[in-house]
Design a protein around this ligand. Sequence first.
Ligand SMILES: *[C@@H]1O[C@H](CO)[C@@H](O)[C@H](O)[C@H]1NC(C)=O
Ligand SMILES: *[C@@H]1O[C@H](CO)[C@@H](O)[C@H](O)[C@H]1NC(C)=O
Ligand SMILES: *[C@@H]1O[C@H](CO)[C@@H](O)[C@H](O)[C@H]1NC(C)=O
Ligand SMILES: *[C@@H]1O[C@H](CO)[C@@H](O)[C@H](O)[C@H]1NC(C)=O
Length: 333
Amino acid sequence: MAFVKPSSLPLHDLPMKKQHSLSLKLPQCTTALILLPLIFLGFIYLFLYPKEFYLQSLVTSCTGSTYTVANFTDPVVRKPDFRLLIGVLTRADWYERRHLLRMVYSLQMGNLTAHVDVKYVFCRLYKDDQRILVPLEILAHDDIIIMDCEENLNDGKTYSFFSSVASMFNGTNGDQKPYDYVMKADDDIFIRLQKLIDSLNPMPREDMYYGFVIPCDSMDPFREYMSGMGYILSWDLVEWIASSDVPKKNIKGAEDMMAGRWLNDGNKAKNRFNTKPAMYDFPIPVPIDTCSHEFIPDTIAVHRLKDNPKWAMTLKYFNFTSGLKPSRFYRID
Ligand SMILES: *[C@@H]1O[C@H](CO)[C@@H](O)[C@H](O)[C@H]1NC(C)=O
Ligand SMILES: *[C@@H]1O[C@H](CO)[C@@H](O)[C@H](O)[C@H]1NC(C)=O
Ligand SMILES: *[C@@H]1O[C@H](CO)[C@@H](O)[C@H](O)[C@H]1NC(C)=O
Ligand SMILES: *[C@@H]1O[C@H](CO)[C@@H](O)[C@H](O)[C@H]1NC(C)=O
């Protein structure tokens, strides 16, 4: 029982209470006579089968406590399996999209088996209204990263992202690395967080490059690179990008292609994983390329959600709002 965290106390109250009531009915020496051999047997069992004991207490502590994310102020919750930072690269002016994304992510946060932080990332502000409205968001949500760069599409934003993250989060998790994985995501992708976590769980935590392999018809993650819709690097590779000379020589160019090139040139990312078919582009009525296909139940992420109707169709397919309770305050038909 020594391995069981306080969270599972209610489970262990039961046998304790039984023992107690037993000892009330029996004379003390009889209790001792019964209990002593039992304790002795217990010790022998522990000695002979320490592994099994450990496994059992793991099982009890898992089923007895809550899965959670973000709420690690409470020391009794289960330790997350790993830590993931999702950086959504977006533009300062896209307030409404961030509003949608925040709802979509925060509604998934309650019950995850890994620690997930989502941050919205863009370059320096360049308009007066931004200098008020973005601080407003930061005060309300504190989930924004402003990098020291000028807004651009193919001018080194990905490099800025990974190198900013490496230095900004350095040392923020005690002497542990801040995250196991960092994901670069677009602002037009819907990610099902627990599906992503389940798929990452068995992966190596180092030298890992994970995503949707480009070109569309390729299944070989070692050939080119992962689509910018959303790909993941292990923390050691994020640090490598920030510190190595290899990326510095190749900063400008089609962003996500460059990330693949850095890793290939640096002989990095020996562990690679292709997420097809679980990640894909939104199925516009006629799929325009083989990056797109119909919705499937085992989806990790759907990309190219450029407008609200596409978000709505996607959320509908995944029953995202089906938990809404009837109320006298609204009617949705
Ligand atoms: C975190 O957990 C504690 C204890 O279970 C709870 O009181 C608190 O409301 C939780 N906080 C959040 C943000 O869920
Ligand atoms: C929380 O997660 C556990 C295990 O993954 C699941 O059994 C349970 O139904 C979830 N609870 C909610 C409220 O989603
Ligand atoms: C992180 O901090 C340590 C100690 O201050 C420093 O040696 C290291 O270079 C830093 N790494 C990055 C990527 O900034
Ligand atoms: C959505 O709910 C319907 C009805 O309960 C179910 O048949 C379907 O499998 C669910 N879809 C997904 C993606 O879970």
